[in-house]
Design a protein around this ligand. Structure first.
Ligand code: NCD
Length: 292
């Protein structure tokens, strides 16, 4: 694996290898990398978890993290993504982790770039490192993906997390269902009510409404969204034994999920964040190993 752009490009073997290495890191194993690599995190969209956990993972596998501040970079002066990445490569960067607002920004980097590129979220496209940490969380819980019922709820068409997870989970044998308002189904066939979806779900994965990717000014009511699509106490009470709640976060409490459920027994929301560090260590090791 030279780069990580999309879950669509990964085979099941590659996915399972990364999950195995994440588990090894969680169990205290050290990175197999023979030397230190120079990496930078180029975040052109807001981020708390993804950026910080990549940075933590980079340090834990022995990388040198070169600071990059997107808001004060030459991108503001009109430099293309290609020129920015090529410049960092010439300075000596081995890998760049990029989050950007354009879908498939990485297409610009397919030719002429030799440093590794990891997609940390492209617009409403893909978010492969989030998907891998979600897969790791599910695998830790159930040991397998086959025949699990996974219900993904929320702003499906604008969510890169939904798309990456739908691709990967389906490939791994899970049964993925979507629940969302009609206008957010996009290319997916979706349910528009919770009826019949709660009791047999092994995982209920909630998504934040992606207001920043919406066009037009249709009014959004937090309260009516919560009533129709939110995970309320009443709905949680109908979930089966052993079923879990996930959310990539940031969470809008009392919108996607009732405030008090965020840290309830079934919730894996904060564990997902922790698992993200191990998974990103595994991603970095797998990609940087190719350069040895
Ligand atoms: C997600 C993202 O950026 O796509 N967050 C994350 O990386 N954990 C989800 C979101 O912003 O809603």
């Amino acid at each position: 694996m030279k780069n990580l752009f999309s879950m669509e490009h990964l085979t099941n073997e590659e996915i399972l290898h990364i999950l195995d290495r994440a588990r090894a890191f969680e169990n205290g194993e050290q990175s197999k990398l023979a030397r230190s690599y120079n990496v930078a995190n180029l975040f052109f969209e807001p981020s708390t978890r993804t950026k910080t956990s990549f940075e933590m993972a980079e340090r834990l596998v022995g990388c040198t993290v070169i600071p990059f501040d997107a808001d004060f970079s030459s991108a503001i002066k009109g430099e293309t993504m290609y020129d920015t990445v090529k410049t960092l490569e010439m300075i000596g960067l081995d890998a760049v982790i990029i989050r950007a607002e354009e879908d498939e920004f990485y297409n610009e980097l397919l030719e002429g770039i030799n440093c590794a590129v990891i997609n940390a979220g492209d617009g409403a496209g893909q978010h492969p490192s989030q998907s891998l940490l979600d897969l790791y969380t599910i695998q830790k819980e159930f040991g397998t993906f086959e025949n699990l019922n996974i219900t993904i709820v929320g702003d499906i068409s604008h969510s890169r997390v939904a798309k990456s997870n739908a691709t990967a989970l389906t490939k791994l044998g899970a049964n993925v269902r979507f629940l969302c308002p009609e206008e957010w189904a996009g290319q997916f066939e979706a349910h528009h009510s919770w009826d019949g979806l709660i009791q047999d779900s092994d995982v209920i994965m909630l998504l934040r409404v992606q207001h920043e990717r919406h066009t037009g000014n249709k009014k959004f009511s937090k309260r009516s969204y919560h009533e129709q699509y939110g995970l309320t106490a009443e709905r949680e009470a109908q979930m089966k034994e052993g079923a879990i709640i996930m959310h990539p976060a940031p969470v809008n409490r009392d919108v996607e999920i009732a405030d008090h459920l965020v840290e309830c027994e079934r919730s894996r929301i904060f564990q997902q964040v922790r698992n993200g560090v191990y998974t990103r260590m595994a991603i970095l090791e797998t990609i940087l190993e190719e350069r040895e």
